[in-house]
Write a protein that binds this ligand. Sequence first.
Ligand code: HEM
Length: 427
Amino acid sequence: PALAGGCPVSANAAAFDPFGPAYQADPAESLRWSRDEEPVFYSPELGYWVVTRYEDVKAVFRDNLVFSPAIALEKITPVSEEATATLARYDYAMARTLVNEDEPAHMPRRRALMDPFTPKELAHHEPMVRRLTREYVDRFVESGKADLVDEMLWEVPLTVALHFLGVPEEDMATMRKYSIAHTVNTWGRPAPEEQVAVAEAVGKFWQYAGTVLEKLRQDPSGHGWMPFGIRMQQQMPDVVTDSYLHSMMMAGIVAAHETTANASANAFKLLLENRPVWEEICADPSLIPNAVEECLRHSGSVAAWRRVATADTRIGDVDIPAGAKLLVVNASANHDERHFDHPDEFDIRRPNSSDHLTFGYGSHQCMGKNLARMEMQIFLEELTTRLPHMELVPDQEFTYLPNTSFRGPDHVWVQWDPQANPERTDP
Ligand code: HEM
């Protein structure tokens, strides 16, 4: 690689800015140069090593001992003293959950908490997801125009997440209000004057999560992953700790909500931009499961994830020192031609779509992946049936919340002729 002024950082590496417009517009495309020329590079701007090829990203995910996930939820933008003080006032103590927990603590905890994610258990949630989806579509199906994000794809996964976790109905509205702050706090670059406001919201979210947890402890017999965790704590207090439960009460909502909401918004945008593909899945719903997988590959909602090296090591032919922080770019891996033929093409019949790394890989791979898939499939089933004639509002500009990791358009405006709704002629 070309070295800038004798310093071991190439010009491209020096220019890499994950908060800049190129990465925000298309993270995979913005790192094509890296996949081709310098697949592992140090970004002085970020203070991270960036990993962009499929095999390397997978290898990092695979070895969670050398590449620890401990920094996965660390704030990527150093916070001001004032914001830190604000968080301290709320006794904010987000700690290890699962996604950022090291061995040997992680695996026993993951195993202890896995039951609610089995296909048999997830099947119980399907009627709730379908009912909610139908209710939201009912609200706009006759209107002729909707923002799919604001009117459905944001709220339904949030409500599903709250149900899945077992949050009492009466606390859902408050939890909903606070949940967004965590993303900006963790993966965003809030301006200094924004930081205190973000910290206030995060602090309140933390406290409220504690209150809800206490309420669930009074009667942990109910459905939901958090009551289940409280029951497991009674059997294994060293594995399912208090700190885990409080942290997951807050982090779990974000893990289940924004990831799925963004993935669904990306999927509708992508499918409607590729009109013939949309028409194909309208005609043949059996194509939906692989279409979901291909959407997760082509336009996934987790663009990058983080690891920290626990020992001197190598990735490809690059030496990585102990303590190095890594930004592993799942979105880039998913567009690596070394693994996917014609990776930029959107092909819902691609045989290896599900090799994508959007859910991570290995011992920390997303536990909620089948819940997310179920939600996305139901959204597509319902909308391809009820609004097959909808189209993107032309010339709309898609905007994204600037951050390294979570990716989905803020709005997806669609329009259709309600006179032509299939349920008018064939109720
Ligand atoms: C972990 C992505 C939905 C719960 C992860 C990781 C990623 C991810 C990238 C880290 C994987 C790794 O380190 O190897 C996604 C995406 C989703 C989604 C893209 C939606 C499209 C969900 C849902 C839940 C969930 C609905 C439900 C609660 C979790 C949990 C972990 C996790 C508990 C930690 C697993 C562990 O460390 O052992 N997810 N996720 N996720 N996700 Fe998801």
